[in-house]
Write a protein that binds this ligand. Structure first.
Ligand code: NAX
Length: 336
C-alpha cells in the first residue's frame, strides 16, 4: 500500500466539514488503496467540537484512515500536508457589509497562504471552498508564492457544475451519467455563467447536444441559469442552513478529478488562475472547463463563445476584478 497522504480540512467543526471528512477518510477521494491521515483545523473556541468529530472518525473504524489530528494552530495544521481543503471562513453576520466580510476573509487567507509557504510542501494542492472562494484562493496563492506555484491553488465551482448537470439530466429525462461537459464560467457567486452550449447528452443511445436534448432554448437561456445561480439561496430558504452535503460531495469530486484525472472526452469546472485564455485577465481565479492528466489541469481551448456567452462572462469577470482589487486593498490595510 502507498504511504499515507496528509490531508488538511479547515473549518472541520463546521457543517460542510462534518460531511467532508468522512468521504475523504473512507476513500471516496483518493481511492480505497490510498491511506490518509486527516488533519482537522478549526478556531480555538471550536476545539471541543473538533475533538468530537475526531472521536467519531476514529469510531468509524476505517481501513483507509491512518490517523486523525485535531488542531487549532496553523503551524500544526499546515506542516507537510499534501492536500488542503480550505473550508473554514468568516460567515456573514447581521449588519456586516460585503466589504467587511471580504476584509475579514482576506485576513484568514493571507495568514493561511503564509502558513502554506512556511510549513507545507511545494507540491501541496489547495481547494478553497470558504467564500468568497475565488478571491480567497487568489489571496492564499499570493502569500504562498515563491514556495507553492499559483497553479496549485483552486476554488470550488464544482457544486455549481453538479447542479447544472443534474438540472439538464432532469429536464432531458436521462440519468446523470448521460450528461457531460457543462461549464461554469467565472465566480462562485450569482454572476457565474452556467453554460450548456458545449454539453453533450446521451439520449436514447445516441449522443446529442444539450439544446436538442432539453428542447427548450428559452429555459436554458433564462430560468435554468437563474436556478443554478440561486440554488444556494433556495436551499437556505428551505433548510435554514446552507448547502453542506452537496458542497462536501462537490469538494470531493473536485479533488478526486485533480488527483486521478478526468475521463477521456470529458471536462469539469474548476476555478484556477487564468493564463489569459478566453481573454480573462491573467492571475484571476476564474472558473473554466478543465481536463486533468497526471495531476495537472489544462484549460480547454478553442470553444466558440456567442455574444450571449461573451456578455455573461464579461459580467462575472468584472465582479472578480472588483473583488480582487478590494481584497488587495484590504491586504495592504491589514498589518498581520
Ligand atoms: P460553518 O459555519 O458550519 O463552518 C465553518 C467553520 O469554519 C466553523 O467551524 C468555523 O469555526 C471555522 N472557521 C472560521 N474561521 C476559521 C479559521 N480562520 N480557521 C479555521 N477554521 C475557521 O460553515 P459551512 O456551512 O461549513 O460553510 C463553510 C464555507 O463554505 C462558508 O464560507 C460557505 O459560504 C462556503 N460555501 C462555499 C460553497 C462553494 O461552492 N464554493 C458552497 C457551500 C458553502 O456555502
Amino acid at each position: 500500500m502507498a504511504a499515507p497522504l496528509r490531508v488538511l480540512v479547515t473549518g472541520a467543526a463546521g457543517q460542510i466539514g462534518y460531511s467532508l471528512v468522512l468521504q475523504i477518510a473512507k476513500g471516496d477521494v483518493f481511492g480505497a488503496d490510498q491511506p490518509v491521515v486527516l488533519v482537522l483545523l478549526d478556531i480555538p473556541p471550536m476545539a471541543a467540537v473538533l475533538e468530537g468529530v475526531q472521536f467519531e472518525l476514529t469510531d468509524c473504524a476505517l481501513t483507509t484512515l491512518r490517523g486523525v489530528e485535531a488542531v487549532t494552530d496553523e503551524k500544526s495544521a499546515f506542516t507537510n500536508i499534501d492536500y488542503a481543503f480550505l473550508v473554514g471562513a468568516m460567515p456573514r453576520k447581521e449588519g456586516m457589509e460585503r466589504k467587511d466580510l471580504l476584509a475579514a476573509n482576506v485576513r484568514i487567507f493571507k495568514s493561511q497562504g503564509k502558513a502554506l509557504a512556511d510549513f507545507s510542501k511545494p507540491t501541496t494542492k489547495v481547494i478553497v471552498v470558504g467564500n468568497p472562494a475565488n478571491t480567497n484562493a487568489f489571496i492564499a496563492a499570493k502569500y504562498a508564492a515563491g514556495k507553492i506555484p499559483a497553479r496549485n491553488f483552486s476554488a470550488m465551482t464544482r457544486l455549481d457544475h453538479n447542479r447544472a448537470t443534474a438540472q439538464v439530466a432532469l429536464k432531458s429525462g436521462v440519468t446523470i451519467g448521460d450528461v457531460k461537459n457543462v461549464i461554469i464560467w467565472g465566480n462562485h457567486s450569482s454572476t457565474q455563467f452556467p453554460d450548456v452550449k458545449h454539453a453533450k447528452v446521451n439520449k436514447g443511445g445516441s449522443e446529442t447536444d444539450a439544446y436538442s436534448a432539453v428542447g427548450d432554448s428559452a429555459w436554458l437561456q433564462g430560468p435554468f441559469i437563474s436556478l443554478v445561480q440561486k440554488r444556494g439561496a433556495a436551499i437556505i430558504e428551505r433548510r435554514k442552513l446552507s448547502s453542506a452535503m452537496s458542497a462536501a460531495k462537490a469538494a470531493c469530486d473536485h479533488i478526486r478529478n485533480w488527483h486521478v484525472g478526468t475521463p477521456a472526452g470529458e471536462w469539469v469546472s474548476m476555478a484556477v488562475p487564468s493564463d489569459g485564455s478566453y481573454g480573462i485577465p491573467e492571475g484571476l481565479i476564474f472558473s473554466f472547463p478543465v481536463t486533468v492528466e497526471g495531476g495537472e489541469w489544462k484549460i480547454v481551448q478553442g470553444l466558440d463563445l456567442d455574444d450571449f456567452a461573451k456578455a455573461k462572462i464579461a459580467a462575472t469577470t468584472k465582479e472578480l476584478e472588483e473583488e480582487r482589487d478590494e481584497a488587495l486593498a484590504a491586504c495592504a490595510d491589514s498589518k498581520q
